[in-house]
Design a protein around this ligand. Structure first.
Ligand code: NAD
Length: 277
């Protein structure tokens, strides 16, 4: 099983489907990531806030897969933005993962009310010069936040990881990012189980037409939309199902019908309202 990769502005390339480990308990994470690597995932998305970086690193090391063949992302926790804290937090992530380097280091949330994200971004720009992180990016940034960090530092993030699924498609943000060469990563790509995504008519119709599952249709829609999807599952069968999307293609009409599901409504909090957690 394999999915395409997209080039990043750092020169690295990122597999378009990654395995997300949010809410996987630390004690279950190593096995889950080993399973994901075994079924063919080569992109793992964790965060300091998920509390399972060490187990992600242990799984990658135990897999025997060459380090350069696995893309590992982690994220700066919200309570580590203070001046002087960012470097230390990054160092602890490097140590916990213990993989030599990080592929992609993200600011988890901008927390605009704290007004520190531009300085925090400036600190991240130092992490690529010696290769400790191959690429840097952000998460949950809105257009004004992106405009500000680019204007203040001259450095454009490689990716922005945001809530994105059929009823919240982030069109304006995606258009801005396409203009600036920022890749869009989708969290909650399957709607986090918070709405009946798998029974929406355009999705079940396409699933029937291609003899695949609704989840595969949604993930294929992400692929053809050009987003990087980060589905999460603890079940090995679903991990395999979620990666097995390279062998069929949605038609232009099927894509348009799913595009038309956009209600521009979030499931989760607006990033402007998130503060230190
Ligand atoms: P998701 O859309 O991947 O939903 C996960 C849910 O879908 C789980 O309940 C799972 O059982 C179910 N599911 C998975 N595959 C399925 C299938 N084939 N058929 C039926 N049900 C299936 O949402 P998520 O877990 O919130 O997000 C995925 C990843 O995104 C996380 O693990 C994390 O890495 C990342 N994330 C990032 C942020 C951020 O702020 N940057 C926030 C949330 C999540």
């Amino acid at each position: 099983l394999s999915v395409p990769s997209l080039p990043l502005n750092s020169g690295a390339s990122i597999p378009q489907v990654g395995f997300g480990v949010f809410l996987i308990k630390p004690e279950d994470t190593q096995q889950a990531v080993e399973d994901a690597l075994e079924v063919g995932y080569r992109h793992i998305d964790t965060a300091t806030g998920y509390g399972n970086e060490a187990q992600v690193g242990a799984a990658v090391r135990a897999s025997g897969i060459p380090r350069e063949d696995v893309f590992v992302t982690t994220k700066l926790r919200n309570d580590h933005h203070a001046a002087g804290d960012v470097e230390g937090a990054f160092g602890r992530s490097l140590e916990a993962l213990d993989l030599g380097y990080i592929d992609l280091y993200l600011i988890h949330w901008p927390m605009p009310k704290n007004d520190r994200y531009a300085e925090t971004w400036r600190t991240l720009t130092g992490f690529t010069s010696d290769g400790r992180s191959r690429s840097i990016g952000v998460s949950n940034f809105k257009v004004p936040h992106l405009e500000r960090i680019i204007a203040e530092t001259g450095v454009t993030p490689a990716v922005n990881q945001v809530e994105l699924h059929p009823t919240f498609q982030q069109r304006e943000l995606r258009a801005f990012q396409a203009q600036h060469g920022i890749e869009t990563e989708a969290w909650a790509p399957l709607g986090q189980g918070r709405y009946d995504i798998f029974n929406l008519a355009p999705i079940t119709a396409a699933a029937g037409a291609h003899d695949v599952t609704s989840a595969q249709v949604v993930l294929r829609w992400h692929l053809q939309t050009g987003t990087i999807a980060l589905p999460k599952s603890s079940s090995k069968d679903r991990m395999r199902e979620n990666l097995d999307i390279a062998e069929f293609e949605l038609t232009a009409d099927e894509m348009a019908a799913i595009d038309a599901l956009d209600e521009d409504t979030r499931l989760a909090a607006d990033p402007d309202d998130i503060n230190v957690d």
